[in-house]
Design a protein around this ligand. Structure first.
Ligand code: NAP
Length: 253
């Protein structure tokens, strides 16, 4: 039996998009997977999908930026599914605007979900990883970390997650825990559909414009990112830590 078949993973923001694809992929890899999102009901269909092909999972409703909710959710996963030794910090939101129009509420909302959320989830799960002397944390950054007009909050949070990743890698490495980040480029999900709507263009128009600048000549899919997560969480990736991999269909500047 491979290591994955004895281990439990939590994927946040996993009711849809990249998180759902990642949960399905990790279940396929043999992990028991907690599908965590704001709406527990919405998580159930993702769990049902991989349970129908022999996987094991749990739908968990929690806001990753709420300390009490995170503590309760992680304890529930530990007692109902198994000690969580894999964490994918994927939950995310956009509140785009140019600096002069950005409200404090929109700044705080983005910081809270991406940074405070990743901090709370990592802190709550690390004890299970250090006790097991094995663990994997994967944080979802973005090419926006390199700067993106209209996303001062989001780019700051995604760059912050890269520093968070490297520091956790330094702190947790001695316990057999690796910590890495994935920085996707343009991935076709509801998040990017919402971006197109906000820009007043169709998703097809946005895709056409962006794909012209993507060397592999296509938008990314949630499975492209899930595949990278699968590598970082694998047994064989134990010597890869503190890294940021850009999954963007080409090099980034
Ligand atoms: P998505 O389709 O919008 O899914 C994000 C999920 O996170 C939603 O189900 C959302 O729930 C959930 N969520 C939001 N706030 C939460 C909270 N406080 N607690 C728990 N769950 C919460 O986004 P995606 O495109 O799959 O993106 C996933 C991650 O990849 C994000 O971190 C995003 O920033 C990053 N990323 C995406 C792209 C891209 O092109 N799509 C590129 C780079 C990086 P609700 O629907 O209920 O709000």
């Amino acid at each position: 039996m491979s290591g994955e078949q004895n281990r439990t993973a939590i994927v946040t923001g996993a009711a849809r998009g990249i998180g759902a694809a990642t949960a399905r992929r990790l279940a396929h890899d043999g992990f028991a997977v907690a599908v965590l999102d704001l709406d527990e009901q919405a998580c159930k269909s993702v769990v049902a999908e991989f349970e129908s092909v022999g996987g094991r999972g749990l739908a968990v409703g929690a806001d990753v930026s709420d300390e009490e909710a995170v503590t309760a959710a992680v304890e529930r996963v530990a007692s109902e599914l198994g000690a969580p030794t894999v964490l994918v910090n994927n939950a995310g939101i956009l509140r785009d605007n140019l600096l002069f129009k950005m409200t404090v509420t929109d700044w705080d909302a983005v910081m809270n979900v991406h940074l405070r959320g990743a901090f709370l989830m990592s802190r709550a799960t690390q004890k299970y990883m250090t006790e097991a002397k094995w663990g994997r944390i994967v944080n979802l950054s973005s090419t926006s970390a390199l700067g993106n007009r209209g996303q001062v909050n989001y780019s700051a949070a995604k760059a912050g997650l890269q520093g968070f990743t490297k520091t956790l890698a330094l702190e947790l490495g001695r316990f057999g825990v690796t910590v890495n980040a994935i920085a996707p480029g343009f991935i076709a999900t509801e998040m990017t559909q919402a971006t197109a709507a906000r820009m007043g263009v169709s998703f097809e128009e946005l895709t056409k414009t962006l794909v012209e600048r993507i060397p592999v000549n296509r938008p990314g899919t949630p499975d492209d990112i899930a595949h990278a997560v699968s590598f970082f969480t694998s047994e064989g990736a134990s010597y890869v830590s503190g890294q940021v991999i850009y999954v963007a269909g080409g090099p980034t500047t």
